[in-house]
Ligand binder design. Structure first.
Ligand SMILES: Nc1ncnc2c1ncn2[C@@H]1O[C@H](COP(=O)(O)O)[C@@H](O)[C@H]1OP(=O)(O)O
Ligand SMILES: [Mg+2]
Length: 324
């Protein structure tokens, strides 16, 4: 067995089960009127449940591995948290082989409180990245990565609503990177689309304009001669879209200069793109540094491209964003 083969298999199992939890809630939400009422409670239940599922499965195989997870169990505790806790518990137990009780559920969620850092092994989990996309009935994902001494070694992205093929979205949805669709047990190697000039590119950006500046992205696109409309997706599905050639560039351009990106929002997507042959830096062309705690303190924004056009894209980003 190759190095980290067990970790990879456990991570795939964990993300697949957590994705199924999310998919269940997502499908019931799409058919209800919660989206119109802007009720966030279904996504909250799925969020806690997905973290509990992943952390439980990781703990069964790797009890000594720390986890940097987005959620903590505060709002599920005590009498005030009972209603939410009951919902999370019953959803969680639909996908676990051995059911949890209340106490085990809270402990599982809080196993994600590790502060991060530069030494040894740690997992990072975003139980639902793209909650806005989830609530809109669009894109979201479950992201999990194994980081060792600051480097991302394994990542799995579960994208329950991502079309297997963007050209025929009605046929099948639900993709697990690396890298197979939900219903198949066979893995398919994915590749970035080959591109030699940035003017032919399609770029991805957040749907939410406060997460990434649409205005600056449009200026960068114009500087690069890009004429295609941007592909706007929530969550780390943007990394997946670039990795498999649906788009060629992902721009995340800071709106708030004090915002620090969380490691769980990028480590899972980062390796999916890197393994497909892409380059990932920040807007200063610096590599992402996952070794500095729970956030990417040393980086600002994200620029993901095919290696052939990274230089051209960074030049344009720096002209527009950094006025260089
Ligand atoms: N000001 C901000 N700039 C960039 N990303 C943000 C900002 N505020 C929140 N986010 C994060 O953006 C991610 C979703 O990105 P996208 O819109 O590209 O799907 C979420 O994980 C969200 O984190 P959080 O869940 O902590 O709010
Ligand atoms: Mg997130």
């Amino acid at each position: 067995m190759s190095v980290l083969a067990i970790e990879r298999a456990v991570a795939i199992n964990a993300v697949l089960r957590a994705s199924k939890v999310c998919q269940k809630v997502f499908q019931s939400l799409v058919t209800s009127d919660t989206v119109i009422k802007k009720d966030r409670s279904p996504v909250t239940v799925a969020d806690f449940s997905a973290q509990a599922v992943v952390n439980t499965i990781l703990y069964e195989s790797f009890p000594n591995d720390p986890i940097v997870g987005e959620e903590e169990s505060g709002s599920l505790r005590g009498d005030s948290g009972k209603e939410l806790r009951d919902k999370v518990l019953s959803l969680t137990n639909t996908v676990l082989d051995t059911p949890l009780d209340d106490k085990e559920l809270l402990a599982a969620i809080d196993r994600g409180s590790y502060p991060g850092g530069s030494h040894g092994r740690m997992w990072t989990i975003d139980p639902i990245d793209g909650t806005m996309g989830f609530l809109r009935g669009e894109q979201f994902c479950v992201g999990l990565a194994l980081i060792i001494d600051g480097d991302v070694h394994i990542s799995v992205l579960g994208c329950p609503n991502l079309p297997v093929d963007f050209k025929s979205p009605e046929i099948e949805r639900g993709c697990l990177f690396v890298a197979r669709n939900f219903s198949s047990t066979e893995e398919t190697q994915i590749h970035m689309a080959d591109i030699s000039s940035s003017s032919a590119a399609t770029f991805c950006e957040s749907v939410v304009p406060t997460h990434s500046s649409h205005k600056e992205a449009a200026e960068i696109a114009s500087l690069l001669g890009i004429t295609k409309l941007p592909l706007r997706l929530d969550s780390m599905c943007k990394y997946a879209a670039v990795a498999r050639g649906d788009a060629n560039i992902y721009l995340r351009l800071p709106v708030r200069i004090d915002y620090e990106e969380n490691i769980w929002d990028h480590a899972p997507g980062f390796l999916v793109v890197k393994e497909a042959g892409g380059i990932i830096t920040d807007i200063h062309n610096k590599p992402l540094d996952f070794s500095l705690g729970r956030t990417l303190k040393a980086n600002k924004g994200i620029v993901v491209t095919h290696s052939k056009i990274h230089g051209q894209v960074i030049d344009a980003v720096q002209k527009v964003v950094l006025k260089q």
